[in-house]
Design a protein around this ligand. Structure first.
Ligand SMILES: Nc1nc2c(c(=O)[nH]1)N[C@H]1C(S)=C(S)[C@@H](COP(=O)(O)O)O[C@H]1N2
Ligand SMILES: [Mo]
Length: 256
């Protein structure tokens, strides 16, 4: 029995840890492919991923709506334009130069161009957004499931949170950021969205890439995402409470 289990386990590991995970993603550059890399491609990473998914606190889906229920107007809230020279230039150029960097406690850090993100299999969902300021709106979001990106970069066993760094700053120059538990990255409705209602995201709604973290309040849905950092602890990042609004007293867990 024990032996059989071991065999099964080996077969399982063989099946899931393949050369495939080494193949670079078109439009994405691996930031490091050093000599230690092949060692790291071992059972642990892959199992961590599977365990993370199995442990996802609640895998329940947020309610999805029909096309006819989409709000006529989807308000824009918070920062509605990063307003930096850098951002303005990228917007001018249709965000052709936009990249998102995924790094930190990962096996394969990488940067992906917007075009590369758009070439990956997409998910579309019509969901309701709830802002603590007292408004809700239903919108149709299209983007790449964050779990798919996680399976490419392969979190290290000690990664516990994903931190989303944004391109916008407040009037005091404090950058917007947010974070989620690693397990929530694998929720099927957690996507890096690039379309709202069938059109590329506009600047007020977070162009060109914003997080959709369904089942959580509006402020968790980071807009203008430029960098995703996997960390073990949220201490030392921003004000240390896991997000721009959390640093000002909002709850980190904003489940609805
Ligand atoms: N980068 C960034 N993300 C952000 C904000 C922001 O100011 N900057 N505001 C948050 C808040 S409070 C809400 S309700 C939603 C608003 O998204 P929308 O402008 O697409 O409606 O974005 C969230 N994400
Ligand atoms: Mo909000």
């Amino acid at each position: 029995m024990k032996h059989e289990r071991a065999m099964e386990r080996r077969a399982f590991l063989k099946g899931t840890v393949g050369v495939a995970s080494l193949v670079a993603l078109a439009g994405c550059d691996n930031l490091t492919l050093s000599s230690w890399f092949p060692n790291i491609l071992n059972k642990t990473e892959r199992l961590t991923d599977l365990v993370q998914r199995a442990m996802t606190p609640t895998n329940a889906l947020a309610k999805e709506y029909s096309d006819t229920e989409i709000s006529k107007v989807f308000p824009a809230n918070g920062n509605t334009d990063p307003g930096t020279q850098d951002y303005a230039e990228m917007a001018q150029n249709n965000f052709a130069d936009w990249h998102v960097m995924i790094h930190g406690l990962v096996t394969i850090p990488m940067t992906c161009s917007l075009a590369a993100i758009k070439e990956m299999p997409a998910r579309t969902q019509i969901t309701r957004h709830d802002c603590v300021e007292g408004w809700s709106a239903i919108g149709k979001w299209t983007g790449v499931p964050l779990g798919d990106l996680m399976r490419k970069i392969q979190p290290l066993p000690n990664a516990r949170y994903a931190v989303f760094h944004c391109a916008d700053l407040d009037d005091d120059g404090v950058p917007y950021y947010e974070s989620m538990a690693l397990a929530d990255c694998y929720h099927p409705q957690t996507i890096l969205a690039y379309e709202l209602n069938g059109r590329p995201l506009d600047v007020p709604h977070g162009a060109p890439l914003r997080l959709r973290f369904e089942r959580q309040l509006g402020y968790k849905h980071a807009k203008y995402v430029v960098r995703i950092e996997l960390v073990e602890s949220l201490q030392g990042i921003g004000g240390g409470r896991g997000g721009y609004w959390e640093d000002q007293g909002y709850e980190w867990y904003a489940g609805i």
